[in-house]
Each structure stands twice: as C-alpha cells, then as structure tokens.
Design a protein around this ligand. Structure first.
Ligand SMILES: [Zn+2]
Length: 228
C-alpha cells in the first residue's frame, strides 16, 4: 500500500517537474524570440548602385559580404558581362525595401563601405539570392567567412544549372593558378600568376574548377575576359 502511495506521489512530482520544464522552456524561447525581433534594426534601401552595393536612407553605403557581382559602367570602367543584369536583379530584390544587416569580423572595407550580410523582412538572404541567380560569385574574404560554405554550395548549384553569368565563364578552358592564401585565381597570361609562392599554388584545369573550389578571379583577369 505504502509503495503505491509512493508511486502516486512520485508520478505527480514527475508530472509537475515536466510541466515546470515545459513552462520554463517556452518562457525562455519566447523571450529569445522577442529579443531577436526587437534587436533587429531595419533600414530602407534608397539606392542600388550595382549587384553588390547599396545605399541606405541614412546614407550608409553597404557592400555585400562574401560575394562579388560584375561591375556596371562607371567613370572610365566598362561594364563587365552581366553587370547591368546584376544591378537590375538587386533593384528587384531590395530597392525601397526594408533590410536587416548582419556583420562578420570586419565591419568596414578600405573605402569606408560597411560590410554586411543583408536580409529582407521575409527572411530571405540577399547575398545568397544574388549567387543563386547567377548574378554574383563567391568572394572568399578572410576573416569574414561566416556564410562562406553556404554561399559556395549555392554557387555550385547555380553553375550546374547554367544560371546568369555561368555560361560565359564556362567557355574558359585551360590552365588557371589559384593562390590558397588569398583564394584568388589567375590565368597563365596574368602577371600575378607568377607571384604565387610554391606552397600556396593550386592548379586548376578550367575556370569553373577554380570557382567550384571557392576561388574567385583577380580584377585583371576579369577585365581580360570582359574585353574578349
Ligand atoms: Zn590575374
């Protein structure tokens, strides 16, 4: 009889403990949710400069982290292939919309632009969307590599699906030299290909091979492909 009473009380205690735990967890997750939504600051996008740079209404220039979009025509520089398409896509995504910023290790680049990952109100990740649509490629930028794996995975899918710029890059066969330190690659004609130190030198047999491994082309190499 006494053991039955003990069982009864211990089951009641267990239930109370379970209820308490459920109550405690819902309270903490609720608080965390409220904190995360309240902590986020939202900014209106005033101008879209190109596929990876925007200006907010507070005047802050934002350079999307982890990606590089082809350049538009600017001052003396000619448009790179898909430069205008990339800008147009970025306009469709963020112009006059509210965005939230997420930062990595470095908050500014050498030009005073704010480096950020950009998110829309519906939760979509703009930097990734630009890569997904083939209007930007992965730019590995140490130490800002929080989303590098995610972006590279997205890029591989965009390459396989021939999105945006990829059919153009796919035409480039031949030897390419990567620098494992900077994560940039060069073709054989590029003077910078000769400066890569032995242990950092990685050989690729196509441009796509280099891109799929997370390397991005140096500026001089991109310009050469633009002029072809
Ligand atoms: Zn180069």
């Amino acid at each position: 009889m006494s053991s039955q009473i003990l069982k009864f009380f211990s089951s009641v205690l267990l239930k109370r403990r379970t209820l308490f735990l459920i109550f405690f967890f819902s309270l903490t997750t609720g608080c965390l949710f409220l904190m995360s939504t309240h902590a986020a600051e939202w900014y209106q996008v005033q101008t879209v400069f190109d596929g990876d740079t925007i200006v907010l209404e507070n005047g802050l220039t934002i350079r999307y982290l982890g990606i590089n979009a082809p350049e538009i025509r600017h001052k003396k520089n000619k448009e790179e292939p898909f430069g205008n398409e990339a800008r147009k896509e970025n306009q469709n995504l963020v112009l006059h919309k509210k965005v939230r910023l997420e930062f990595d290790q470095e908050h500014q680049d050498q030009y005073g632009r704010t480096l950020a990952y950009v998110f829309l109100e519906d939760g979509r990740f703009v930097n990734r969307l630009m890569v997904e649509k083939g209007y930007a490629w992965v730019l590995y930028h140490k130490p800002n590599i929080m989303h590098a794996d995610d972006l590279l995975k997205t890029q591989k899918a965009a390459i396989d699906q021939n999105k945006g710029i990829w059919p153009i890059w796919k035409k480039s066969e031949g030897l390419f030299f990567g620098n494992a330190q900077s994560m940039r690659f060069h073709d054989v004609k590029c003077k910078f290909s000769k400066n890569i130190r032995g242990k950092n030198k990685v050989i690729f047999h196509s441009m796509i091979d280099a891109f799929k491994n997370g390397y991005s082309p140096c500026k001089h190499c991109v310009n050469r492909y633009r002029d072809q």
